[in-house]
Design a protein around this ligand. Structure first.
Ligand code: FES
Length: 129
């Protein structure tokens, strides 16, 4: 399978790996087929993502997707982060092989879960998928 240089870079040297103590929102998702799991932690200040970290137990494409996705949402508003699609994550990685596109989906879903976790904790309605 051919991975882009960027995928390999983010897989070998993942950015933002780990967890955030006292995070404001946590999203955990899994893919039932492959069994991979991704957890994203957000630190949020007045509607802006000031910190994002991840723990991913999964394939290389999932690790690279979490690394890239957390980079992309830092400094963004919650609305902007919500709008980040798995395609945008894959494009930022210079593409993923078609059978690995579902791995980037985990990042989109985990970010949505984390944002809604934050919204629930604030007593707000969760946003719709
Ligand atoms: Fe399952 Fe990549 S193979 S997330």
């Amino acid at each position: 399978m051919d991975y882009s240089k960027k995928v390999m870079d983010h897989f070998m040297n993942p950015r933002n790996m780990g967890s955030i103590e006292n995070s404001d929102g946590i999203g955990e998702v899994g893919n039932a087929k492959c069994g991979d799991i991704m957890k994203i932690y957000l630190k949020i200040d007045t509607g802006v993502i000031v910190g994002a970290k991840f723990r991913t137990f999964g394939c290389g494409a999932a690790v690279a997707s979490s690394s890239m996705a957390t980079e992309l949402i830092k400094g963004k508003t919650l609305k902007e982060a919500w709008a980040l699609s798995n395609r945008a994550v894959a494009e930022a990685l210079d593409g993923l092989p078609p059978i690995k596109m579902h791995c980037s989906m985990l990042a989109e879903e985990a970010i949505h879960e984390a944002i809604n976790d934050y919204r629930r904790k604030q007593g707000l309605e969760p946003w719709d998928e």
